[in-house]
Design a binder for this molecule. Structure first.
Ligand code: MN
Ligand code: MN
Length: 303
């Protein structure tokens, strides 16, 4: 497998694995997890959403909705978007509406509010809202990174447009761009040391997200989410070590897990993902991810 595809597939499958692993302990405190599981390291389903084994949540299915919309529009829609035609972004809004109407297992409050606003008046973003600092726009941005790989201006434009459909907050924006650029770096072959150096420089430029010393908050507030992700991603080089440490921090564990799985998965590549976890994932999700990954990279290559 070409190295880029191997890393991109590692990112998308790693994301889904982190979602499935973390969802079991979502909203639990570290001490509760320790009491109930010792160290939580098995994909078993359950959790507050009562998931089947290997089932993913909104993090993965909303990412797939974004990926679907990008592939549906294809290269012509991306090219027209660069010229100022926002049909592509309406296509993304429509995909989020379809996703919402299909009754996903979970949907964050800010995502719900934004989708209902788009459905009501067709507007592509709400006004700045201090309550929009959740991680919902950040969590689903992976397909936008793949579809614009190698074109930073296109990446920024598309990421902000998909984000603003539901979230309009400077910290959400900064986090979405930052984690997207880090993903791009890792897809390009950066290793653990380069990852640590990038993170140190990025938090120097974006001090809200400084993660040393780590405060131990892993909530859905985008600052807590990013601090948790960068802390464990830079602490552990190994995919499994990084992901287990992250989800055992609890709280928004499916989302912190998904993001660490994405970044650590890009760093190690799909062939290094633990087989015992991959085998537990639902086959239709693995198939959808595999199909999308190649298609999205082809979109980037065509630009
Ligand atoms: Mn979720
Ligand atoms: Mn979550």
């Amino acid at each position: 497998m070409p190295e880029l595809l191997e890393r991109a597939l590692g990112a998308y499958l790693g994301f889904a694995i982190g979602d499935a692993l973390g969802a079991t302990v979502e909203f639990m405190r570290p001490r509760e997890i320790a009491l109930q599981y010792g160290v939580h390291r098995s994909i078993t389903g359950g959790g507050w959403l009562k998931l089947a084994q290997g089932q993913v949540t909104d993090d993965t299915t909303m990412s797939l909705a974004l990926g679907d919309a990008l592939l549906l529009g294809g290269h012509p829609a991306l090219a027209r978007y660069a010229q100022g035609d926002d049909t592509l972004i309406r296509g993304i809004g429509d995909a989020y509406v379809r996703w919402f109407k299909a009754k996903p297992v979970d949907c964050g409050n800010t995502c719900r509010r934004g989708i209902l606003r788009y459905l009501r008046d067709g507007s592509l973003e709400g006004t700045y809202n201090p309550g929009d600092g959740g991680n919902g726009a950040l969590m689903r941005n992976l397909p936008a990174v793949l579809a614009t790989l190698g074109d930073d201006a296109a990446f920024e434009r598309l990421s902000m447009a998909q984000a603003h459909l539901t979230h309009h907050h400077p910290l959400s924006d900064a986090a979405t761009l930052g984690m997207g650029r880090l993903l791009g770096l890792l897809l390009g072959g950066a290793g653990h040391r380069a990852c640590q150096q990038w993170a140190a420089q990025w938090v120097a430029d974006n001090p809200d997200f400084r993660f040393t010393p780590y405060r131990g908050y892993a909530t859905a507030y985008v600052v807590d989410t990013v601090q948790t992700v960068l802390h464990y991603l830079t602490l552990h080089e190994d995919f499994e070590d990084a992901l287990v440490a992250t989800v055992n921090q609890g709280d928004d564990a499916d989302t912190t897990g998904a993001l660490v799985g994405m970044l650590a998965g890009a760093r190690c590549g799909a062939s290094k993902l633990p087989k015992r976890w991959l085998r537990r994932m639902q086959p239709d999700i693995v198939q959808a991810i595999s199909d999308q990954t190649g298609g999205l990279l082809a979109l980037a290559a065509a630009t």
